[in-house]
Structures are given as C-alpha cells and as structure tokens.
Design a protein around this ligand. Structure first.
Ligand code: ZN
Length: 233
C-alpha cells in the first residue's frame, strides 16, 4: 500500500528539520562571530601605535626646540654684550638670529601640532576602550541568550529526527527514495498537496483524469509541471 499520508507528514517534519538546521548554523555563526571585537581591538592597537610614534616624534622636536632656544638666546647675548666690534659681524649675527628664530617658530608649531594629535589620540583611545568594554558586556549577555536558543533548537531537532525515524518505517523504501530524490532538486519539497484540483506547489491545474487517479490512490502520481509527488488529503 502506498502510504502518502505518512510521507506527507514526513515532509512536514523534514521542512521543520531543515529550518532548525539552518537556525543552528546561524546561531553558531553568531556566537563565533568575532568581527566587531577584532575591529575594535585592532582600532585600539593602531591607536596605541600612533601614540607611540607621536611621543617619539614629540621628544625629538622638544629637543630641537630647546636647542634652538639656547642658540637664539646665545646669539641675542652676543648682539648685546658689546663683544661685536664691526658692522659685518653684527649683520651676520643678526641674520643668524633671525634664521634661528624662524626655525624655532617652525619647531614650536610642530610641537604644538604633535601635542594636539596626542590629545586627540588619547580621546579616541578612551572612546574605543569604552566601546570595547560595552561590546564585551553586550556579547556576554547575547551569547548567553544565543546558547540557550541553541540548546532549545537542538532539542526540538532531536525530537523531530526521532519522530521522523519512526514515521519513515511506515513508508516503503522505494517511495522514500523517490521522495528524497525529488526533494533534493525541488527546494526541499518532494510531496505536495492537491487542493481545488491544483498542485499546491506550482499551482498547475491538474487534468481531470489525473485527479480521478489520485483519488483511487493506487499508484504514485507526480505533477506534470513541477514533478513532485501529489497527495490528496
Ligand atoms: Zn506541481
């Protein structure tokens, strides 16, 4: 006897199982997803590297500023201590002082800009650190929820698989094989109901002769359009 009713039941279970298996994959992927964490951590890393670079540069420029300040003050001293006796030397020291002051200005501006960069970098670091802390807290909570969801889907899946196993025993191996074969190529749907004279999977209106054959249920009928096994409830 062709047990289409059981096969139709089995199809329902299989669709549930398919959905549960996709859910499991999605939940496991969500738990394993470290992209946001990695993004924040690498942001922090880059920030710290920049900070190091700025500090090294700052110490160099700081040294230069001191050097130029000393140079400028020495030149100024020479201009006013009465040690210069001729105009040419006076002009040369004045020009040297002017040049030293220009260089000092440039160095001081660079130092200021580095200090600002460091300040912004520090602000950014504490923002990233806050975001990281918040994210880790959120993750802990969300992973807890996801793990619970995972367990519940797993237990539903297990019970469906057990039910399927016992249901499959009431269906002939040949019919099951045919069903599985169709299911593989027809988006998981191997058997479909006929309602109002139509295949409910592809909505083809079935020929009257086929409808009569279906009611007698003596053989397996498939839809001429979508190829699925037809079942009249
Ligand atoms: Zn069809």
């Amino acid at each position: 006897m062709i047990n289409l009713r059981s096969l139709y039941q089995l199809q329902k279970l299989d669709l549930e199982v398919d959905g549960q298996q996709s859910s499991l994959i999605a939940i496991e992927e969500a738990i394993a997803d470290k992209s946001k964490l990695n993004q924040l951590q690498s942001g922090l890393e880059i920030n710290r590297e920049n900070s190091k670079k700025y500090k090294i540069k700052q110490s160099g420029v700081d040294g230069l500023v001191h050097e130029l300040q000393e140079k400028s003050s020495n030149l100024k001293g020479r201009l006013y201590d009465g040690s210069i006796t001729n105009v040419k030397e006076m002009e040369s020291v004045t020009a040297e002082l002017e040049y030293a002051n220009q260089e000092l200005n440039i160095a001081e501006e660079e130092l200021l800009s580095l200090m600002l960069k460091l300040e912004n970098n520090d602000k950014e670091e504490s923002q990233i650190q806050d975001a990281l802390t918040n994210y880790q807290l959120e993750q802990r909570e969300s992973n807890f929820t996801l793990t619970k969801e995972l367990d519940s889907v797993k237990s539903l899946l297990d019970s469906n698989l057990r039910e399927r196993e016992s249901l499959a025993k009431s269906i002939s191996a040949l019919l099951l094989t045919q069903y599985e074969r169709i299911r593989k190529v027809k988006q998981g749907l191997g058997i479909t109901e006929v309602k109002g004279g139509r295949c409910m999977a592809c909505l083809l209106t079935l020929p009257t002769k086929q409808l009569q054959q279906l009611r007698s249920a003596a053989e397996i009928n498939t839809c001429t359009s979508c190829g699925r096994i037809l079942f009249v409830n």
